[in-house]
Design a protein around this ligand. Structure first.
Ligand SMILES: C[S@@+](CC[C@H](N)C(=O)[O-])C[C@H]1O[C@@H](n2cnc3c(N)ncnc32)[C@H](O)[C@@H]1O
Length: 289
């Protein structure tokens, strides 16, 4: 641990932020590599006579920040860590950085299944870093979950994240295309969640460099209209869900109405578009019959 006066630290912080970048990214750097949390920063802002303890030298933090600004590489990849809900997750450029707006998917589940003692059997399709499934496995300790992904590297990271997040064993990981690893679970699932790749092809080409050049294409691109994977997931869902089982999907800002129609065609009921905190119809949910 290195000790530094709060005053010196605050001057250094101001200098770094004056070079560019987002406050949020800087906070991730300080927390992940520097060992300085947001609440530490709030504290020293009101008491600049404090002494701050850092896990890494300022020069090291500065070189990572410069690297981030120069290459537009997401700070989470440079630090190898991200925070999501109350989880601290390992991330590499093999997995999508789980987004804050996706955190709400867990709250949608909480609203549907209100008792934490519920013995659910849930599946997540396209788990990436494992964020959603791990949050659910922790919140419903008597439930069992299966998390799948087509990408082996993602599953390796998701498995490590689960092991480092808890001592539970109620989540298993399977590799394969959407439903194919779940053949043994036909008609058995109470709940299926997915944040599949849903970016339409022409939008993908225009994504900011920090996303397009660094995050996995397989995690983002949803075919010509963005709905390729969503259609496949919905069409096969009735084979795997129990009667009255729920399907919860994250989607692009303007896909909700189209997804509602696909759900309805496939005999889903209680179909609803759920807005995120910015008022965008970010999720579409439905119940199988
Ligand atoms: C948008 S990311 C979501 C990751 C994670 N669930 C999250 O919310 O942060 C989509 C995930 O779906 C996976 N994926 C893409 N195509 C797939 C397929 N055909 N079958 C299974 N998983 C797939 C990707 O590897 C990626 O991890």
């Amino acid at each position: 641990m290195l000790s530094i006066s709060a005053e010196e630290f605050l001057i250094w912080k101001k200098k770094q932020l004056s070079k560019g970048g987002h406050q949020e990214s800087f906070a991730v750097l300080l927390d992940c590599l520097g060992g300085v949390s947001r609440s530490d920063i709030n504290l020293i802002a009101i008491n600049p006579n404090e002494i701050l303890h850092l896990k890494k030298k300022l020069e090291i933090l500065e070189s990572v920040w410069d690297d981030h600004l120069l290459k537009s590489c997401p700070i989470q990849y440079l630090c190898g860590i991200t925070f999501w809900r109350d989880l601290k997750l390992k991330v590499t450029n093999k997995v999508l950085i789980p987004r804050p707006e996706t955190e709400l998917i867990v709250d949608i589940v909480f609203n549907i299944f209100r008792r934490k003692s519920e013995k659910l059997f849930f599946a997540e399709l396209g788990t990436g870093s494992g964020a959603i499934s791990i949050a659910l496995a922790l919140a419903y300790p008597l439930s069992n979950g299966v998390a799948t992904d087509i990408d082996k590297d993602s599953l390796e990271i998701a498995t490590k994240n689960f092991i480092s997040s808890c001592k539970q064993s109620n989540l298993k990981f399977y590799c394969g295309n959407w439903w194919s690893p779940l053949e043994n679970f036909k008609g058995k699932l109470d709940l299926v969640i997915s944040n599949p790749p849903y970016i339409p092809k022409d939008t993908y080409e225009k994504l900011p460099i920090e996303v397009r050049n660094f995050e996995p294409k397989v995690a983002l691109l949803g075919g010509e209209d963005g709905l390729k994977h969503i259609r496949e997931i919905i069409q096969k869902a009735p084979l795997f869900l129990k009667e009255k089982g729920w399907l919860i999907l994250e989607n692009h800002y303007d896909q909700g109405e189209k997804i509602k129609k696909i759900l309805s065609k496939n005999k889903f009921t209680s179909i609803e578009i759920v807005k995120d905190l910015s008022g965008i119809g970010r999720f579409t949910i439905g119940r199988y019959k």
